[in-house]
Design a protein around this ligand. Structure first.
Ligand SMILES: *Cc1c(COP(=O)(O)O)cnc(C)c1O
Length: 435
């Protein structure tokens, strides 16, 4: 069988004619590039170029591409079954992964609900929070408190807790749930927290706690809503306020979970454990879509003692064995490796490699935390210009708005980081000169 019937040019022409891309206009002049395969830290284009991947496929492919150990997990599982329904049936991959997740997550999280994507993991978390209060006769507690600059996904409930401006709430005004928004946490991971930093959120909690089911936040790193880092002290303070005002605390660790910030989970920077935890992206190390929402026994018991008598959710592909098998192998690989050292190494290399960008005209900030490097510009980049320039320079980055950032696989070598950061510098220098 012919592997691909299309030449790169035919592929692009048909793509242009028939295919939607994420957050892209069908009239867009921003190019897409045809990929033939991926290997380690490299994306190999159908036209032959090899690109060092600074994105890890939206922060997921932490062990790199085409990893023999992860490939083996999939093929071994496929020989038994690729999928079987999860209603009334169970299996080794889902149970094993659940046990691993309960072991590595902070605090008393003890029950795992699997779904298919990060957005749905957030939907599930919000539904859990609402059912938790409803089961206790407090159906009035239905709203969610979130933060400006937050990002929690693209489905309707997830969108309702995203930043109202960048989440384009006005487009969907009539149908989106009206949530409450606190100002974004003050920027800076290691800066001392300003004395009144939690006042606004406390005021919102004080006046609205009777209608609030939960607070949702991305711990330590606000990802797609601005690539902002904030202080563990803020997170710890927020967690304490949730206790004080009797509101559930949902941690969305879809971007931060499994090591990206230097801890297994970003909550650990603040020594807190959430009531409900959302995982996705890194869960299968970029292999197959899978997400999980965890809660503790108390929450699970209360939800199931309510009117419904169960938690009202059940995706068709829930607990998919292939996805669970590769996710479990991913976690075991982390457990058996010194990934903390790798993330610290990447962190130091990104800091050194990106420092020269500070002096480029039009750069307002360069920041690094864990294996995340961010260059914030004064003006949004021109994607139609910058994407071909990155490809020409042999790297793959996908900026959004004013943010050029990198979250490479943990296996990236020093030489590859050097190429990634120096190419980024050169491309930005060229782009910013044209302004
Ligand atoms: C990516 C992301 C989501 C949404 O996940 P999808 O798999 O794209 O639906 C939710 N929350 C955070 C913090 C994310 O980074």
């Amino acid at each position: 069988m012919q592997k691909t019937p299309y030449s790169p040019a035919e592929l692009l022409a048909l793509d242009k004619q028939h295919v939607w891309h994420p957050y892209a206009s069908v009239h867009s002049d921003v190019p897409v590039f045809p990929v033939a395969r991926c290997e380690g830290v490299e994306i190999v284009l159908a036209t032959g170029e090899r690109l060092i991947d600074g994105m890890a496929s939206w922060w997921s492919a932490i062990h790199g591409y085409n990893h023999p150990t992860l490939n083996a997990a999939l093929t071994e599982q496929m020989a038994d079954m690729s999928h079987v329904m999860f209603g009334g049936l169970t299996h080794q991959p889902a149970v094993h992964l659940s046990k691993l997740l309960v072991d590595i997550t902070p605090g008393d999280l003890s029950r795992v609900f699997f779904s298919d994507s990060g957005s749905v993991a957030v939907e599930v978390a919000l539904k859990m929070a609402l059912q938790f209060w409803q089961a206790q006769g407090q159906a009035n507690k239905q709203r969610i408190l979130s933060f400006r600059n937050g990002y929690h996904g693209d489905t309707f409930a997830a969108m309702s807790v995203c930043d109202p401006v960048t989440g384009m709430h006005r487009l969907f005004e009539g149908v989106l749930a009206k949530q409450l928004f606190a100002p974004a946490p003050p920027a800076g991971f290691s800066e001392a927290l300003p004395p009144n930093a939690l006042d606004d959120v406390e005021q919102l909690l004080a006046s609205h706690h009777e209608e609030l089911a939960a607070v949702i936040i991305e711990p330590i790193v606000q990802g797609a809503g601005g690539m902002r880092f904030y202080s563990p002290e803020f997170l710890a303070g927020l967690h304490a306020l949730c206790r004080k005002y009797n509101v559930l605390f949902i941690a969305d660790e879809i971007a931060t979970g499994l090591g990206r910030t230097g801890k297994w989970f970003a909550c650990e920077h603040a020594g807190i454990s959430p009531d409900i935890l959302c995982l996705g992206k890194t869960l299968t190390a970029g292999y197959i879509t899978l997400a999980a929402t965890l809660c503790n026994d108390t929450i699970a018991d209360i939800i199931c003692s309510g009117d419904a008598g169960c938690f009202m959710h059940g995706p068709t592909y829930m607990g998919n064995p292939l996805a669970c098998a590769v996710a479990a192998r991913n976690i075991e690989m982390l457990q058996q490796s010194d990934w903390q050292r790798e993330v610290a190494r990447i962190s130091a290399q990104l800091s050194a490699g990106l420092a020269p960008c500070r002096s480029l005209p039009g750069v307002v900030d360069v920041r690094v935390l864990g294996a995340i490097g961010v260059i914030e510009l004064a003006e949004p980049v021109d994607m139609a210009q910058i994407e071909p320039a990155f490809v020409e320079a042999g790297i793959w980055l996908r900026p959004f708005g004013k943010l050029v950032y990198m979250m490479p696989p943990y296996i990236i070598t020093d030489a590859q980081i050097e190429k990634l950061t120096s190419a980024t510098y050169s491309v930005l220098q060229g782009q910013l000169r044209h302004r």
